[in-house]
Design a protein around this ligand. Structure first.
Ligand SMILES: Cc1cc2nc3c(=O)[nH]c(=O)nc-3n(C[C@H](O)[C@H](O)[C@H](O)COP(=O)(O)OP(=O)(O)OC[C@H]3O[C@@H](n4cnc5c(N)ncnc54)[C@H](O)[C@@H]3O)c2cc1C
Length: 242
């Protein structure tokens, strides 16, 4: 069942990313997503970037995301959710150090997680990877919540030059975290999963897949190789624990 939300504020995050702030809250866990519907355009999954009020951070890459970018104040967005399984923080979080690793729009649900984690007393390290300085997303927002930030860009125009996994290695060598949380492109997630296994660290990774129903019925979002029984990103994930 969809609920209609109204856009009350739009924040430009970078040259191709906007956060739409909607008119009310949706109780959710970081890492959960909603199916956002624009009638006549499409319905697609978007991570919950904040819950109170509901905020969606959208990178403009194609027809649906461009249509979202075109919405002005007072426009309607139809929302189903929250859906899927999100990230879980340690049972006894006070003083625990966690490492968050994000690429692309994957940093949006991690900012929601960082806020929750800081509120319950975790120490939060964040590694953000981007192609160039212009693509770095939400860095100031992570600093504002008191997270320790490492940025890598492929061209070296911000932070260290290289891939985000180099910053992850550096963070893991500096201090062992209690757990690692990641969201971003599939190649990045595979590399981070490999690092976590090498260091023997618990990890929670949010896998992205092309989704249709968002509720485990159509099978469109199966992520191969995660479970012998078949693993659906919408129903079994998007967060998978290892
Ligand atoms: C669980 C989940 C959560 C998601 N959360 C978000 C979110 O918080 N914010 C968000 O912007 N998108 C998110 N997405 C992606 C979103 O659902 C759409 O795929 C995206 O908006 C593109 O749709 P489109 O119709 O505009 O472009 P499409 O026509 O679907 O894509 C155009 C081209 O861009 C590529 N592409 C798609 N997404 C990206 C991207 N983010 N960066 C670079 N290239 C891309 C596609 O592979 C394609 O080649 C999420 C997807 C999943 C599965």
């Amino acid at each position: 069942m969809h609920e209609v939300f109204t856009v009350v504020h739009v924040r430009a995050e970078n040259y191709r990313t906007k956060t739409l702030i909607l008119d009310r809250s949706l109780s959710a866990q970081p890492g959960q997503f909603v199916m956002a519907w624009l009638p006549g355009v499409d319905e697609k999954p978007l991570s919950i970037a904040a819950e109170a009020p509901l905020a969606l951070t959208v990178v403009s890459v194609g027809p649906f995301s461009e249509a979202l970018h075109g919405l002005g104040l007072g426009a309607s967005v139809w929302v189903r959710g929250p859906l899927g399984h999100g990230f879980t923080l340690p049972d006894d979080p006070l003083g625990k150090r966690i490492l968050l690793v994000g690429g692309g729009y994957g940093v949006a649900p991690l900012l929601f997680l960082a806020r929750r984690a800081r509120a319950v007393g975790c120490t939060v390290d964040v590694c953000i990877g981007a192609r160039t300085s212009a693509d770095v997303l939400l860095a100031a927002s992570f600093s504002a919540v008191g997270a320790m930030l490492r940025i890598t860009t492929e061209d070296g125009s911000a932070g260290s030059q290289g891939m985000v996994t180099q910053a992850v290695d550096e963070a893991l060598r500096a201090e062992r975290p209690y757990a690692v949380y990641a969201c971003g492109p599939i190649g990045m997630l595979g590399a981070v999963e490999h690092q976590c296994k090498r260091y023997g660290l618990p990890h929670q990774l949010s896998w992205e897949a092309h989704m249709r129903c968002g509720m485990g019925l159509c099978g469109a979002c199966e992520v191969h190789g995660r479970s012998a029984e078949g693993w659906l990103a919408c129903h079994d994930g998007p967060v998978d624990r290892g």
